[in-house]
Design a protein around this ligand. Structure first.
Ligand SMILES: [Zn+2]
Length: 299
């Protein structure tokens, strides 16, 4: 990878040679996850490869920003930072900035470990940009040193990065799984019932409610499988299996275009392999042992 004064790149592109999920083309510069609006900024070289940039401290490639520089920890020993920008950084010969919509396509450009850093940066940069003022009294906020907390100097209201919890559930009926398509479904992939946790609700109640609302089915034996951070913008997706109990499919047409049970030997296309959606379906379909139901339903 070519380097210029103050810039080099980290590649997470599938197919590139792999050093623990990223390639470092130079031995200097921190890793920067830069954002403009909802877009992650990647560098593209003349061959079309896209990279997360490494930028030396003090480089003019890091323009002035009204937002905070947010430490993300280390990736393979390299300090990583996130920063929201108002404008694109300066152009460099042989390299150009690409505004990448993290909702589509970023998984294709990065390995999961690097994507997690980008996602953490996205969540924190979004929070920083949207917590400049106190929501209670309108005063300008200040971040406390060494923590992701902003305290209003006027009324002491505290703001921390929010995380919105959502459930995702694979409803099983013998050798079949319930799959859906929504009005937002892309391509030809089928996914699982999902939805946001509501105030006053536990996760099991959320699973039952979402399945009932979207498909009219009752479920039982709800058991946790895995969770996944979902940086679009600040969600935690919690994945479950549940068994079909009763009911006929009745579509919630405002949200879904299709819901049906599919046999494990005849599954349609699934969402991206990195997604919890894909992992839940594939784990079950491949016959791996499912989590046991070991606790009673919470009250
Ligand atoms: Zn205030």
């Amino acid at each position: 990878m070519s380097t210029l004064s103050g810039v080099s790149t980290v590649s997470g592109a599938p197919g590139a040679s792999d050093i623990s999920g990223g390639i470092f083309s130079r031995d200097s510069g921190d890793v920067w996850f830069l954002f403009k609006g909802r877009h992650l900024l990647l560098l593209e070289d003349e061959s079309g490869q896209r990279f997360v940039p490494r930028i030396d401290k003090g480089s003019p490639l890091l323009p002035e920003s009204p937002f905070l520089t947010l430490p993300l920890g280390e990736f393979d020993g390299l300090p990583c930072f996130a920063l929201a920008l108002k404008e694109l950084p300066p152009e460099q010969p042989g390299l150009r900035w690409i505004e990448t919509d993290m909702r589509i396509g970023t998984w294709e450009l990065m390995k999961p470990r690097l994507y997690k850093f980008a996602g953490k940066g996205r969540q924190l940069a979004h929070w920083d940009a949207h917590s400049q003022f106190c929501p209670a009294c309108g005063a300008a906020t200040a971040r406390e040193r060494a923590s992701f907390t902003k305290t209003c100097p006027a009324c002491r209201y505290e703001q921390r990065p929010p995380i919105y919890v959502a459930i995702m559930v694979a409803v099983l009926r013998g050798d079949e799984v319930l799959l859906i398509r929504t009005h937002q479904s892309r391509g030809n992939a089928y996914g699982l019932v999902a939805g946001f946790l509501e105030p006053g609700e536990n996760l099991e109640e959320c699973v039952k409610r979402e399945v009932m609302e979207e498909t009219g089915l009752r479920v039982k034996n709800i058991r946790y499988h895995a969770s996944q951070t979902w940086p679009l913008v600040s969600n935690l997706m919690v994945g479950f299996y549940a068994d079909y109990e009763a009911g006929e499919i009745k579509l919630q047409e405002e949200e879904l275009t299709l819901a049906a049970f599919f046999h494990r030997d005849n599954l349609p296309a699934r969402p991206h392999p990195y997604s919890l959606n894909h992992q839940l379906i594939t784990w079950w379909a491949s016959g791996k042992p499912l989590p046991a139901k070991v606790t009673p339903d919470p009250r």
